[in-house]
Design a protein around this ligand. Structure first.
Ligand code: PLP
Length: 407
């Protein structure tokens, strides 16, 4: 299947995709009377977030009954918060707007099934000290805060994030750091949360310095959606501070090409100029990015922002996420339409975080058709079949394998 066919309605499709790939500013929108200094100040953005149903109704008279009911219940489940900057990316005329679906609560969030969980990746059961998840042998997940600049409605950590459900997460950095210091097998620390870039520069610098003082730590990384929700936070001062802690990588979280604005591209450029390798994690979401053309446009646009797509996540079985989850079948179909069809750097690994806590498992279309009779039979992105001669035990072959008939 090709998405590049210029004939038929392919022309219209590629025109839409080209529009999606254009970089546009989010603009001042509803806040046209706010000064540029305030608008570009991340503290102003945080202070003026949309956090109540009343604000939401005032700014968006087109709220659907499902959204109205969802926003009313948000404070008991996962808080409602949207930065003014990100709010401007919502198309109020489109009930299916891909930006809207990610941040505006819906009543479907209260519909749960028996196989859904509040801790779908089994993090709490893999935490030797609160706020530290030690699942893999050589690396740990370090939760820094339970707050984010805005809240994704499908948040896998909504049991604690935003504290609407009463988890009362209080990380104790000293205990988390002491555990890492006492475990020389840990060579990689991933700061996450909540969003680590919500910390002040000073607080974050203090934490990074303490981690860097641990001799066996080789690699530090930060998982953050702040470059997408609050690009104003990526100040030159922050970048100058972060670059003292190399090798430091950052994984951002973007799901749709419209999230990649000129503001975001500039913020990511500042991070890249500070020598920070950037990766992206996308969650496969129904009606947001579950078609091959939209996903491909998004991944290609990330490359234009100097970001290497890292993972596509199958949506975790977090309670109340059924309306946003796309199928594994869809995910595989999208992967099939990426490999070979576009730049290898644009092709991330598609993973399922094993329900209950087995870690990330890659899932991929089958390219190895069989391994026997002195050959590995493979197929390429066009479905053409090739053979690679190799003995069954993996040793090189010195005589060509017997010809087989390929249909
Ligand atoms: C995702 C994750 C990591 C990092 O995994 P990589 O594949 O190395 O990016 C580490 N710990 C936990 C608990 C995770 O969920």
């Amino acid at each position: 299947m090709s998405n590049d066919n210029p004939s038929g309605n392919g022309g219209a499709v590629s025109a839409t995709l080209n529009t999606l790939k254009q970089f546009k500013s989010a603009g001042r929108g509803f806040w046209s009377d706010v000064s540029a200094a305030d608008w570009n100040d991340w503290h102003w953005q945080l202070k003026h977030r949309i956090t109540s149903l009343e604000q939401l109704q005032r700014l968006m008279p087109t709220l659907t009954p499902e959204e109205l009911a969802g926003a009313q219940l948000a404070k008991t489940k996962l808080a409602l918060a949207i930065t003014p900057y990100f709010f401007n990316l919502i198309d109020p005329a489109d009930a299916n707007c891909p930006i809207r679906q990610q941040v505006i609560p819906r009543i479907e969030e209260t519909h749960t099934a028996s196989w859904e969980m509040s801790d779908p990746c089994g993090e709490d059961s893999h935490s030797p000290v609160p706020g530290l998840v030690h699942r893999y042998p050589d690396r740990v997940l370090f939760l820094v805060t339970d707050r984010c600049a805005a809240y994704c409605r499908y948040c896998t950590r909504s049991r604690l994030v935003s504290n609407a459900a009463g988890y009362d997460f209080h990380p104790e950095f000293d205990k988390q750091i002491a555990y890492i210091a006492a475990h020389p097998e840990i060579r990689d620390v991933l700061l996450s949360g909540g969003d680590p870039l919500l910390l002040s520069d000073d607080k974050l610098e203090h934490l990074l310095a303490k981690l860097r003082a641990i001799p066996h730590l080789e690699f530090l990384r930060i998982g953050t959606r702040i470059p997408i929700f609050l690009p104003q936070r990526i100040t030159p001062e922050l970048c100058a501070m972060l670059k003292k802690f190399h090798p430091l990588f950052i994984s951002i979280h973007s799901n749709h090409p419209r999230e990649l604005t000129t503001e975001v591209r500039d913020a990511l450029g500042r991070l890249a100029d500070a020598g920070i390798p950037l990766g992206n994690q996308t969650v496969l979401l129904k009606h947001v990015n579950d078609t091959a053309p939209v996903m491909k446009a998004h991944l290609q646009k990330l490359l234009m922002c100097r970001v290497r797509p890292y993972y596509i996540y199958q949506c975790d079985l977090i309670a109340g996420s059924a309306h946003l989850r796309a199928s594994v079948r869809k995910g595989l179909e999208i992967m099939e339409n990426l490999r070979g069809h576009t730049t290898g750097y644009a092709v991330p690994t598609y993973v399922i975080d094993a329900p209950g806590g087995g870690g990330k498992v890659p899932v991929s279309p089958e390219y190895v058709l069989c391994r026997n009779a002195g050959r590995v039979l493979i197929r390429n992105y066009e479905g053409k079949i090739f053979e690679y001669p190799e003995a069954n035990d993996g040793t090189p072959l010195f005589a060509p394998p017997k010809e087989i008939e390929l249909v």
